[in-house]
Design a protein around this ligand. Structure first.
Ligand code: HEM
Ligand SMILES: *[C@@H]1O[C@H](CO)[C@@H](O)[C@H](O)[C@H]1NC(C)=O
Ligand SMILES: *[C@@H]1O[C@H](CO)[C@@H](O)[C@H](O)[C@H]1NC(C)=O
Ligand SMILES: *[C@@H]1O[C@H](CO)[C@@H](O)[C@H](O)[C@H]1NC(C)=O
Length: 201
């Protein structure tokens, strides 16, 4: 291989890796949560620009979570859920947030009973949720903060996450086309894994 070609190749590689690393933002490098919490563990979720951060306290089985979605907008809803009884949407014990028509962030809990729902109705979950709040920051990032009081055996749990459009003050269906990442937003989380950063699925 001639020298100019090698140089060009090398240059392209450097340029490519620079670009790639600036896009593949990892949760590890994110600090400065607006609630001032510091989370020791996190996971880069594989789709939908989503990141889960947490602190798990084994003595109480409480987990403080921060769910962050980047590249979204104030006209979308976001949701993160544990599913203690299955792997997909049905059975999801969801935390939901969106900016309502008053311009205020609303955060609430919603159990997802089946695929026939048309919106996400508020209701209590199979575990206790406290400290629930949400923020919209930097013009395109949305966060959900909460403390979950889990059953002590729930340390490795199925999780699902989602985002979709709003119809006034009600979330409406997310993309359900088979090729969409919205049907791939499932995985597991191990709350005991303090070094977690990798995608879960
Ligand atoms: C307005 C609320 C919602 C509606 C109308 C809705 C509707 C649906 C439908 C019809 C499907 C099946 C699509 C198919 O397989 O052809 C689906 C799949 C899915 N939904 Fe939802 N959904 C809603 C909320 C949520 C929420 C809150 C989550 C998670 C936090 C979620 C996560 C998923 C996931 C991961 C799948 C693909 C895996 C599976 O089929 O279980 N959805 N949704
Ligand atoms: C928006 O959410 C806030 C906080 O939950 C609530 O007080 C307010 O009534 C909501 N506005 C509308 C239009 O639903
Ligand atoms: C609320 O969150 C803080 C820290 O994030 C935690 O120390 C506290 O125990 C939580 N309160 C409840 C009632 O869960
Ligand atoms: C925890 O959840 C598991 C599975 O749902 C259940 O079998 C068990 O009885 C629960 N344990 C407690 C302490 O609630």
């Amino acid at each position: 291989m001639g020298k100019p070609l090698t140089t060009l190749l090398l240059f392209s590689c450097v340029l490519f890796s620079l670009c790639a690393s600036s896009f593949a933002q990892t949760c590890r490098s994110y600090t400065g949560f607006s609630n001032n919490n510091v989370y020791s563990s996190c996971q880069d979720l594989p789709v939908l620009n989503s990141y889960l951060h947490w602190n798990y306290d084994q003595s109480t089985s409480k987990v403080d979570i921060a769910y962050r979605v980047t590249r979204t907008s104030s006209s979308r809803w976001i949701s993160w859920a544990l599913n203690p009884t299955g792997q997909g949407m049905v059975g999801a014990q969801a935390l939901v947030a969106f900016q309502n028509t008053s311009g205020v962030m609303r955060a609430y809990t919603s159990p997802v009973p089946n695929y026939q729902i048309s919106t996400l109705t508020e209701g209590s979950l199979s575990f206790a949720v406290s400290n629930l709040s949400a923020t919209f920051e930097n013009g395109n990032e949305m966060f959900i903060f909460a403390t979950l009081t889990l059953n002590s055996s729930m340390t490795t749990v199925n999780q699902v996450w989602q985002e979709g459009p709003l119809n006034g003050n009600a979330p409406s269906s997310h993309d359900t086309t088979s090729s969409s990442n919205n049907l791939r937003s499932t995985g597991t989380v191990n709350f005991l894994d303090v070094t977690a950063t990798a995608p879960s699925s």
